[in-house]
Design a protein around this ligand. Structure first.
Ligand SMILES: [Zn+2]
Length: 155
């Protein structure tokens, strides 16, 4: 992240976190955007900084976004930002701009690793996709179906 990413954001306790919400960046397959790009887009929309806590790039690199103990800005459903961690993978649109699961094998690997790590560290009970809470395609696959078992079998 660029050193300019220093806005003041409301914080929370680790015990407040009970969910991970997966997003896509809604960008075309193959375009390798990073957390810095998304940070810029979100600031342009008037956010203090990037709204997600993590960004998973095409190469599988996991870029940090907002610190986890800062309340995110990624899900408008009442109260969800306060209790969830927002993870965004780069992609989500095909070449024509239609919603598509464009995750690369490296992104799938990194998403699974990151979700496992977060479930071990925070009292997470549910893995969701943004579309579970909004009339959107995001993240363009069934995140709950694919990842819920990672938090159910922990412990
Ligand atoms: Zn989303």
């Amino acid at each position: 992240m660029k050193s300019s990413s220093t806005g003041k954001v409301a914080t929370r306790k680790a015990s407040d976190i009970d969910e991970i919400i997966i997003h896509c960046s809604a960008t075309h397959a193959g375009l390798n955007y990073t957390a810095d790009d998304i940070d810029y887009w979100h600031r342009s929309r008037g956010f203090t900084k990037i709204g997600y806590h993590y960004v998973v790039c095409l190469t599988g690199t996991i870029d940090p976004g907002r610190p986890v103990l800062e309340i995110g800005a990624h899900c408008l459903k009442m109260g969800k930002n306060r209790t969830s961690i927002g993870i965004c993978y780069v992609g989500g649109l095909d070449d024509l701009g239609k919603p598509m699961d464009t995750r690369t094998p490296q992104q799938k690997e990194s998403l699974e690793m990151l979700i496992k790590k977060l479930c071990a560290k925070y009292p997470i009970k549910r893995i969701s996709g943004h579309r579970d809470y909004a009339n959107k395609a995001c993240p363009c696959f069934d995140a709950h179906k694919e990842y819920q078992h990672l938090c159910d079998k922990r412990g």
